[in-house]
Design a protein around this ligand. Structure first.
Ligand code: SR1
Ligand code: MG
Length: 413
């Protein structure tokens, strides 16, 4: 395990003093608050404020998976993948990622723009808040990255260098195991509440689903299309806004970035919209659930519009002609469903779950979890017939309203 000093409330000031790019942003001698707020599965995150209300975020990668501890070692080098992707993505999608002020590659510490006036989107959705415009911002971001880091925009040799620099096998293995394999084949890390055990067993016994997950895993492992975010769920998006409208949206936490399939990011966010809708339906907030289910189409439309807008700039229009653009968009729309199915199932039965479902009362959680799993199985059966995001959402609405449970349905047996 690599040896380096971990950040603590006591030593953050020393780190700031040692890095001029940080020392000019916040006064290490007049810190008035130092809060460790990391609520993800992997890292330490400190939010700092000085006496003049200047703020800074410091994020440090630990040499293991935080949610488990030292028993699950994990390369802290992931911080470098995060910095490289944040910088590349920020240049292509200005304003849609936090600014990186510094990277200390010996202690794996990233100095980042403070976003404490934003909220993690998952938490905001859980609290019933709307941030109109956020889903479209995600779509624009994915398109900017899909085009701008790909062979369509990057010269051949530069692309090869970037690709080599972004090979991220340990983090990709986590995804391959947790997202594609383990929902189908339990490696001892899966769990559900007892009422959902039959649902998990049916999922694992569903040959069509398992075959589709094999296809999705192969796509993930072989299609080096662009420097994707790699973990674009609603916990990787920060939102700020008032009166239901987002005025700032930031994609962060891209330590899983690598050259992978563009539709993986689209599928990840859409899966998490379904999970948020499952929560809303479970709570009887049907109008809000329908708004949440309008988000996949908003993300897709913004993605498609932005990608089409950039297409005239492609490097080799001699062979990358208009019919190929149509082919690409159709293929990505289909793959989006496959990846969404993987992401939906892993968050219900796998090792890393979501607060959307986990914080529901158990009686409501049963039906919400069942609905998400059933939608995953439905998606892999229907995605080639109609791969529109509207059909994806319509399937979710039908299934989630049919499977939801309440105290009364359970009492009635
Ligand atoms: C061991 S890490 C578990 C999960 O947390 C991250 O958010 C990724 O989704 C990963 O699969
Ligand atoms: Mg994360």
């Amino acid at each position: 395990m690599p040896e380096y000093e971990f950040l603590t409330a006591e030593n953050v000031a020393d780190h700031i003093r040692s890095v001029p790019a940080l020392a000019e942003r916040i006064d290490a001698d007049r810190l008035v608050s130092v809060d460790e707020v990391g609520d993800g599965n992997l890292n330490l995150v400190f939010l700092l404020r000085d006496a003049d209300d200047r703020r800074l975020c410091l994020k440090q990668a630990l040499p293991y998976v935080r949610m488990v501890g030292e028993g699950w070692p994990m390369t802290p080098e992931r911080a470098r993948f995060e910095v490289t992707s944040l910088r590349a993505h920020g240049a292509l999608a200005p304003g849609l990622t936090p600014e990186v002020y510094d990277y200390d590659g010996t202690r794996y510490i990233i100095g980042l723009e403070d976003l404490s006036d934003h909220r993690v989107w998952r938490g905001a959705l859980n609290d019933g808040l709307r941030h109109d415009g956020a889903a479209a911002a995600v779509g624009r971001y994915v398109a900017a990255v899909a085009f701008g880091t790909s062979t369509f925009a990057v010269e051949r040799e530069d692309l090869a260098r970037r690709l080599a620099d972004s090979v991220n096998p340990q983090l990709c293995t986590i995804t391959e195991d947790l997202v594609f394999t383990e929902p189908c084949v339990d490696a001892g890390r899966n769990s559900t509440i007892p009422a959902n055990e039959p649902d998990a067993a049916e999922l694992a016994a569903d040959e069509e689903f398992v075959t589709a997950m094999g296809r999705a895993k192969w796509l993930f492992m072989t299609h080096a299309e662009a420097l994707i975010h790699g973990d674009l769920h609603t916990g990787s998006v920060m939102v700020r806004g008032a009166d239901g409208v987002a005025d700032s949206v930031k994609m962060f936490d891209s330590e899983f970035a690598f050259y992978g399939p563009v539709a993986f990011d689209l599928g990840a966010i859409c899966a998490n919209f379904v999970i948020a809708a499952a929560r809303a339906y479970a709570l009887g907030e049907d109008e809000r659930a329908e708004w949440v289910l309008s988000l996949p189409a908003q993300t897709w439309q913004a993605f498609e519009e932005e990608f089409r807008r950039r297409w005239p700039e492609r490097l080799d229009p001699r062979v990358w002609r208009e019919p190929f653009l149509e082919e690409l968009l159709t293929r990505w729309q289909q793959e989006m469903w496959l990846f969404a199915a993987a992401k939906m199932s892993r968050r219900i039965v796998g090792a890393a779950k979501t607060t959307d479902i986990e914080t529901l009362p158990e009686a409501l959680r049963e039906g919400a979890a069942r609905g998400v799993l059933q939608h995953a199985r439905h998606a892999v059966r229907t995605y080639l017939e109609d791969s529109s995001p509207e059909a994806f959402a319509a399937g979710a609405q039908e299934i989630l309203t049919r499977t939801r449970t309440s105290e009364t349905t359970l009492a009635a047996g």
